[in-house]
Each structure stands twice: as structure tokens, then as C-alpha cells.
Design a binder for this molecule. Sequence first.
Ligand code: SAM
Length: 259
Amino acid sequence: MMRCTVYPVVGRSFHKSSISCSPILNFIWQRNSFSISAGACSSNNYKSATDSSPLSGLESVMLEYIFGKKKATQVAHSIWKHVVQKGDIVVDATCGNGYDTLAMVYMVADKSCTGRVYSMDIQETALQNTTSLLDKLLDPDEKEIVDLSIKCHSKMEEVVPRGIMVRLVAFNLGYLPGGDKTIITNSKTTLLGMEAASRIIASGGLISLLVYVGHPGGMEEYKMVEEFASRLPVNEWICCKLQMLNRPLAPIVVLLCKR
Ligand SMILES: C[S@@+](CC[C@H](N)C(=O)[O-])C[C@H]1O[C@@H](n2cnc3c(N)ncnc32)[C@H](O)[C@@H]1O
């Protein structure tokens, strides 16, 4: 049996009464049968919740993740696309090789040039890799909207101008793929980064985390992320995760939506 639970998540407009607690979708797969059921929601509330949720339209990408056909990063990008609009200001808290930054540029870049992507990493190699990816794939106007900094994400408020509220802050935790595996995110600075993100996220915005548990320190970091998310007040935040229960090392998608 394969079992995966998606906990409630809602985007720009929220239906507080219908989804403030308990799972909204349960996917259960057993011997070629597949079912999706609505947790505690009545069918009307379930419909209105899903109509306005960033999960609407994402069912197929989630199923592809559940069945191992889509990567967690692809699921995350699809969810971001439902929250982020052209002209938005967003933050890549761990720019690494630049793929998340690139995806964000495509989401926010528009002719008015109001969109902006603030990207950071603590290692020079990551900034170089991101710069060369952007140089290769973006035109000069698009590159203009990226602000790259060598900076710990705990200090993201030093990068994003004071008073600016952002639509998305994304953390892709762990080490740089293809890089030095000893330079890695850790519970202490990730917690400070999440706290900083929670102060600058706009209403209707999203803090997105991809958490890896297979490396030393990964499980501890994941526990911290879960504890932080669990403590956020339910009247201000909707927090959920997408986790494969029988693939214990698969990355976990954690979504913190600001009402
Ligand atoms: C999994 S990679 C990110 C992948 C990246 N988003 C991409 O699209 O290629 C994690 C990155 O987090 C960076 N990192 C580790 N600790 C950090 C911190 N405190 N602040 C910012 N970045 C950090 C690492 O240097 C590494 O490049």
C-alpha cells in the first residue's frame, strides 16, 4: 500500500471556516485502486476550498510526484506558479545552482519591470553557478531583476529593502548538488531564516521549503521546520506538507501560507 497525505493549503483567498483543521485530501493507493477523499470538509466546503487553493489544478503534478514521475522541485515550482504573479517580489533563500532563481524570474518578469528576485547563498560557487545559468538563459532585461547576494538567509532582511513585503520565500535546503557537501543548511540558521521570512511575507504569500532528510543533520533540520510550522497561529497561517510515508528519504515539501 502507498499512502500519502496532503494537508490543507490555501492561496490568495482563504476559506477559513472550511479548512482550518484536519487533512483535506487523502490519497490512498492499494492494489491498482486509487482514491482521493476529502478529510473533514463537507462536499460544498471541499469544492469552495479547492476552487481557491493553489492546489487546484495541481492534482496531476502531485500524483506524478506520488508515483515517482515528478521531482519535488517540479511540484514546488508548480505551486509557486499558482501563488506568484508577474511583477511580484520573491526571495530565493538558497540559490545554489540557480534553477529556482531562474524559475522565479520567469514567474515575475514583466514589461513594467516591477518584479524582483532576491537570491542569496553563503558560498561563492553557488553565486557563480547561478550567474552563469542566468547569463546563459536570460536576456539582459530579465537578468536586471535579479539581485544576487552572498548572504546567510537569516539576514535576508538586509537584502530585501525595508518595508517591502514579498509574495514567496523559497528554501531548498541541504547542500549544493555537485558541490561541497560539507557546506550545508543547518537548523539554527534555517530557523532564523524562516523567522525572517515570516516577517516579510505578504498576506496571501507563501514560504516554501524543500527539506531533505537523508544527510547528516537533515532529520534534525526537518524536525525543526515541522515544529516551527506547527507553532504558527492558525488564524494567520495555513501550514501543510507533502510527504511520502513509505519513501522515508524522499524530499518533503513544506508550505506555509500567510492568510
Ligand atoms: C540544495 S542547494 C539549493 C539548490 C538551488 N535552489 C538550485 O535551484 O539549484 C542548497 C544551498 O543552500 C546553501 N546554503 C547553506 N546554508 C545557507 C544559508 N545559511 N543561507 C543561504 N544559503 C545557504 C548551500 O550553499 C547550497 O548552495
